[in-house]
Ligand binder design. Structure first.
Ligand SMILES: O=C(O)CCC(=O)C(=O)O
Ligand SMILES: [Fe+2]
Length: 215
């Protein structure tokens, strides 16, 4: 087959984890991966987030982009800090290496046309949440895939709350898919299609959230 020969010429190596993501995205518009980052990588990224939070670098998250900077506490209560790849520390470099590998795989196999990316740390203090929303409401229709990477401790319990709820639509029947923010878990979904929310948390909730963008 022609495509097989082309892949061989390009030294293409099939990645089972990324293939699962592609299959899931095609079938259900989202994918949940438990081992996108190793436990050691999660520990390093959590430490990096916590260092920067203690340095007070985080800002209250705003709804919308620079055109619309209103802070609406009734919609979301998290604190965020954008990652800068050019100034990445060791943990963040490992993070971006994995993400860049994933992007080039998606572009090669699915012709996704991902050209840009943006990622921020997020910390939800006790009592905060993020109401149901679509990520492309934020004046950014270039967002194609949303990626959420959880950095909590191993022992996150259901009573801590903070579930991600994804609202799917099968033959006009809405369903709620519920995912706890367990360490190493990564949730990837179609930014333009799936509404979702973060339920109120009873413990600080740590993550990196980002978007892969076209054009
Ligand atoms: O942290 C999550 O589970 C989702 C966060 C989210 O929806 C967002 O930042 O847009
Ligand atoms: Fe979102």
């Amino acid at each position: 087959m022609l495509t097989t020969e082309l892949y061989e010429q390009l030294d293409f190596v099939e990645n089972p984890l990324y293939e699962k993501v592609i299959t899931d995205l095609l079938n259900q518009q989202y994918s949940v991966v438990e081992d996108f980052f190793t436990p050691e990588e999660v520990v390093q990224l959590r430490a990096s987030l916590q260092d920067k939070y203690e340095e007070d670098a985080f800002k209250k998250a705003a709804i919308g982009n620079r055109v619309n900077e209103s802070i609406v506490k009734s919609v979301r209560g998290d604190f965020i800090l954008w990652l800068n790849e050019a100034e990445a520390n060791a943990a963040e470099t490992t993070f971006f290496n994995r993400i860049n590998d994933f992007i080039s795989y998606m572009n090669r196999t699915c012709f996704m046309g991902i050209l840009f990316k943006e990622f921020h740390y997020a910390l939800y203090p006790e009592g905060t949440f993020y109401k149901r929303h679509l990520d492309t409401f934020q004046n950014d229709d270039r967002r194609k895939l949303s990626i959420v990477c959880y950095l909590n401790e191993e022992d996150w319990k259901p009573e801590y709350g903070g579930e991600l709820v994804i609202y799917t639509n099968d033959n006009r029947v809405e369903e709620e898919k519920v995912f706890y923010p367990l360490p190493g878990r990564v949730v990837i979904f179609e930014s333009q299609i799936l509404e979702h929310e973060v339920k109120p948390v009873k413990q600080p909730r740590l993550s990196i959230t980002g978007w892969l963008k076209t054009r």
